[in-house]
Design a protein around this ligand. Structure first.
Ligand SMILES: O=C(O)COP(=O)(O)O
Ligand SMILES: [Mg+2]
Length: 237
């Protein structure tokens, strides 16, 4: 049961907003290849997946600034930002999905949610031009009625804007919606929107244990999440 469902009078959950990187797909190897291709072009030494994992979660601009900051002062970062971003984007699009894999239980979890009549949206901080072909390539696109990338709206997670937009699209109150993600960005956005939030422990949370993030529960897979939502709804009014 979702923690907050212990409150009396809770309504059933009707929709689920699911994060992409670190929740449905292990995309770290794609980031690694694209970032090091960009770094090679600029004459910078390759960096490790572990370094990149700490920088993922707040969208491409934040990632590129963090990567450039390894070799540049603040002025150098801004000076090289546009060229580095263009290089990174072309390298990423060239390999998008080639080195990424679905986490266990993703398809089964999405199937279970669909079977339970839940509406599904994907909200990612990944640019929409990366997210759309990636969802299609991995067979995830048909599950989602709505997809928002980090550049689809004026503000991205941890701002609640994309989650509130999904609630509006689905004509649901935030209290009828649960977000599932791997990072504090997802949890903060959900809390600010007034949605429930479940977290997964296997993704990228800026190097922090997911237990440090405030949520309504930690689920080991999307199958586990589907089970929690079903039990919440069985106890709802
Ligand atoms: O691209 C990122 O920074 C993270 O994307 P996510 O929101 O799907 O985890
Ligand atoms: Mg994520």
């Amino acid at each position: 049961m979702l923690t907050n469902s212990l409150k009396s009078g809770h309504s059933p959950i009707r929709a689920v907003i699911i994060d992409l990187d670190g929740t449905m797909l292990d995309t770290l190897p794609d980031f690694h290849v694209a970032i090091n291709a960009m770094r090679g072009q600029f004459g910078y030494a390759p960096i490790t997946q572990q370094q990149i994992a700490l920088m993922i979660g707040k969208g491409s601009e934040n990632l590129i600034r963090s990567v450039l900051a390894l070799d540049n002062d603040a002025a150098g970062v801004e000076q090289r930002f546009d060229d580095a971003m263009a290089s990174y984007q072309s390298h990423y699009l060239a390999i998008n999905g080639d080195h990424s894999a679905l986490y266990d239980g993703v398809i089964d979890g999405l199937e279970a949610m669909k079977a339970d009549g839940l509406r599904l949206a994907c909200v990612t901080n990944k640019p929409i031009a990366f997210a759309t072909p990636l969802l299609a390539q991995k067979g995830l696109a048909p599950y989602f009625e709505v997809v928002y990338g980090g550049d689809s709206l004026p503000r991205k997670k941890p701002d609640p804007m994309p989650l509130l937009q999904v609630c509006a699209d689905f004509k649901l109150a935030p209290s009828q919606v649960v977000a599932i993600g791997d990072s504090s960005n997802d949890a903060e956005a959900a809390r600010a929107a007034g949605c429930f939030v479940l977290t997964v422990p296997y993704g990228y949370n800026h190097g922090r244990a997911i237990h440090e993030t405030d949520s309504d529960g930690i689920v080991i897979s999307l199958v586990d999440a589907a089970t929690r939502i079903r039990s919440h709804n069985n106890n709802a009014n």
